[in-house]
Design a protein around this ligand. Structure first.
Ligand SMILES: C[S@@+](CC[C@H](N)C(=O)[O-])C[C@H]1O[C@@H](n2cnc3c(N)ncnc32)[C@H](O)[C@@H]1O
Length: 370
């Protein structure tokens, strides 16, 4: 990977952070995600809500069943596309289908699953992970389908997308680049690679403090536009590390939010030393996501902490009260998913809709509309 990056720098000059992330994470042969089917979990580098166990998918199935019901009432069509993006090897969709098969027969019957994932090895593993639900899997691809009637959903997609890094210097927006110096990769500053960065801050009405560093994922905003176009009718549900623009670009995050994960150790520095061996993430600008979704004709239904969202989906009723191993494990999983301060408050749930009006969804009932 180091050789690939050096060759790219020698050929085209310093790389933006977005170009660096694109190569380090997604280069077709050497990229971090391209080399293996699963990166998270105990044996991997980081944990997601999917790693906590089947409860997360079980709770999402409750929300999807309500969405199916609403969409059916609005359009009289019976099929319901479940389009998971950043699907990895398909574990979350399997958990959703397991729960639908057991508890939501209409959802299970109507479900037409589409898995969208950039990583080749992850896609190859999907059919065996989906197992007995194989006939529900209609499509597995690196790209979104062009026409969706149902829900497009993703856990930790936008925070894994390439982002530009900027810094404010004496009232001027500068961009951070990666270049080579004495055989090492180092950061350097230059003029912004695109006017879209300044336009981004103008759109969300934020001026960075002097010296503040920040990341902007133009790729994430582009993806929202593409997903909104693909959604004929139904819902877009995204779960990601994120904040509204005023929070994301506040003094609390004056050093930016770029983090590198390796073997469950997170670091805001050192990410240049082992490219291709670490996960790289940045927090998502949810104000920009919302503006892009609304500009593309979607209605914002809500933006809430994962704690509120999952708790509102009958979480308490789903936890058995016994003291056997299984009951204890489920209660522990619930705690990991919702306890404030952990995944529950760092992860935000954003839901948008098209063609169904502005229903008050079950998962959004307990939270605030940001
Ligand atoms: C942090 S992992 C999350 C995986 C899984 N959703 C979970 O929660 O465990 C991010 C995943 O997004 C995939 N990804 C990134 N950009 C993508 C895109 N534009 N379309 C589809 N998948 C993408 C990566 O390959 C990787 O598998």
């Amino acid at each position: 990977m180091l050789e690939i990056l050096r060759a790219a720098i020698r050929a085209g000059g310093p790389l933006t952070l977005a170009a660096f992330m694109e190569l380090a994470l997604y280069h077709p042969e050497r990229g971090y995600y391209a080399r293996t089917a699963e990166r998270s979990g105990r044996a991997g580098d980081f944990f997601t809500s999917v790693d906590v166990g089947p409860l997360f998918g079980e709770l999402l199935a409750v929300q999807f069943e309500e969405m199916r019901h609403i969409l059916h009432a609005a359009t009289a069509r019976t099929e319901f596309d479940l389009v998971e993006v950043a699907a990895g090897n398909g574990r979350l969709s399997r958990d959703v289908l397991d729960a639908a098969e057991q508890h939501h027969s209409y959802l299970y019957q109507a479900a037409r699953l589409s898995l969208v994932e950039r990583s080749g090895p992850a896609r190859e593993a999907q059919r065996s992970v989906i197992g007995r639900h194989g006939r529900k899997l209609s499509r597995s691809s690196p790209d979104l389908p062009s026409s969706v009637h149902g829900v497009i959903f993703a856990n930790e997609l936008l925070d894994a997308m390439p982002a530009h890094a900027v810094v404010m210097r004496a009232g001027r927006l500068r961009e951070l680049y990666i270049t080579e110096q004495d055989d090492r990769l180092v950061e350097t500053e230059g003029d912004p690679s695109t006017p879209a960065l300044a336009e981004h801050f103008a759109r969300v009405d934020v001026v960075l403090d002097d010296g503040a560093r920040a990341e902007v994922s133009l790729a994430a905003i582009d993806w929202i536009r593409t997903a909104a176009r693909a959604l004929d009718a139904g819902f877009l549900l995204l779960i990601d590390y994120g904040h509204d623009a005023k929070g994301l670009y506040s003094p609390l995050h004056a050093a930016g939010t770029l983090m590198a994960y390796r073997r469950h150790t997170a670091s805001g520095t050192g990410w240049l030393d082992r490219p291709g061996e670490m996960d790289l993430t940045t927090h998502v600008d949810l104000s920009a996501v919302r503006l892009a979704a609304e500009a593309a004709g979607l209605t914002t239904l809500g933006l809430v902490d994962q704690t509120y969202f999952l708790s509102a989906l009958d979480l308490a009723e789903r936890l058995e009260s016994g003291h056997d191993r299984a009951a204890l494990a489920r209660r522990l999983a619930a705690k990991t998913l919702v306890v404030p301060g952990g995944l529950g408050s760092t992860m935000k749930v954003a839901v948008f809709a098209r063609g169904v009006g502005a229903p008050r969804l079950k998962g959004l009932a307990g939270g605030r509309l940001t």
